[in-house]
Design a protein around this ligand. Structure first.
Ligand code: ATP
Ligand code: MG
Length: 300
């Protein structure tokens, strides 16, 4: 099955943990998006792109089946469906265009806090509840553990208290949900981030051109997200020591200050932020007006 029409179709999560970041990424790439209506399809006003807003579970299948050209989805969901389709002998073709800088989480096994857990062997013969049965089964197999896997679509974290399982395997980012349910994380089985995927058989040149235009913009947005613009005034006499404290400042820009020959302005684009401790050291060297600014876009 292929996609009809000229417009590039991007599947993204409608509402959930990935939707705001996905939308912000596309907006930063220059797409004018009007999401005021609660519609399945949102037309991008200034480019030949349509956004399909769906449940995250549906995104990998839409791309693998060629119904959407691109998709933004968590690797956990993508990998789970790939494994399922491999097991069921169904096509699971897709291409990862880039890993993104949001949606980070880990799929972990958790057991009751009071348990004296030693190793993965302690899971032998137990019942483990999860939304990701294939990822969990793969992990158990790799570790030579026999356990019963129960699939639950939601409320996995209450399964032990409800007597449905004695352990769980669920997504974790801070661990607060586990703690609130009397559980502790004992094994990380998969580390996930959001990824941008493309369908394999995409051949329409206008769509490929659009993707070729989008990719450097996405790279530029991600690079800008992790970069800072640092400005400060420093005494000329301490210039070397000041520059040595600035992260990634091999060739900083130096600018004269009007009416003050003893001081100079330093501007640096840095891939790291400036910590308070470093700012205090700079201040101690006589630096002033230290500013750390976010960068919106960049292209090298
Ligand atoms: P939908 O209604 O679209 O099916 P959902 O409830 O299945 O949404 P969300 O909870 O919105 O899914 O999570 C979407 C994705 O966000 C996850 O699949 C995962 O990749 C990522 N994610 C990041 N941090 C977490 C977390 N702490 N818990 C769960 N998912 C997380
Ligand atoms: Mg879901």
């Amino acid at each position: 099955m292929t996609v009809d029409g000229k417009r590039l179709r991007i599947a993204m999560q409608k509402s959930g943990r990935l939707s705001q970041d996905s939308q912000a990424l596309l907006t930063s790439c220059g797409l004018k998006i009007n999401l005021r209506e609660q519609r399945l399809i949102a037309h991008v006003e200034n480019m030949e792109i349509d956004l399909l807003r769906v449940r995250d579970d549906d995104i990998p299948g839409l791309v693998m089946d060629g119904v959407c050209d691109l998709g933004i989805v968590g690797e956990n969901v993508l990998e789970e469906l790939s494994l399922q389709r491999q097991i069921d002998n169904e096509p699971y073709n897709y291409q990862v265009l880039t890993r993104l800088d949001f949606g980070g989480c880990r799929l972990s096994i958790a057991v009751p806090q009071e348990e004296n857990y030693q190793s993965v062997k302690d899971l032998e013969g137990r019942t483990i509840a999860t939304t990701y049965p294939r990822l969990l089964n793969r992990y158990l197999k790799q570790n030579g553990v026999n356990a019963r896997v129960v699939t639950l679509k939601g409320s996995v974290e209450v399964a032990p208290r409800a007597g449905l399982a004695s352990a769980i395997c669920d997504l974790v980012s801070t661990g607060a949900t586990l703690e609130a349910n009397g559980l502790k994380e004992v094994e990380v089985i998969y580390r996930s981030k959001a990824v941008l995927i493309q369908r394999r058989d995409l051949a329409e040149s206008n769509k490929l051109n659009m993707i070729n235009k989008l990719m450097p913009r996405i790279a530029g947005v991600m690079q800008a997200n992790e970069s800072k613009y640092i400005m400060l005034h420093a005494p000329r006499a301490q210039l070397e020591q000041v520059i040595a404290l600035l992260p990634g400042a091999e060739n900083p820009t130096l600018l004269p200050l009007a009416g003050n020959d003893a001081m100079v302005a330093i501007h640096v684009v840095s891939s790291e932020t400036l910590f308070w401790e470093t700012m205090e050291k700079l201040k101690a060297l006589g630096a002033s007006s230290i500013l750390v600014l976010p960068i919106e876009k960049m292209m090298e």
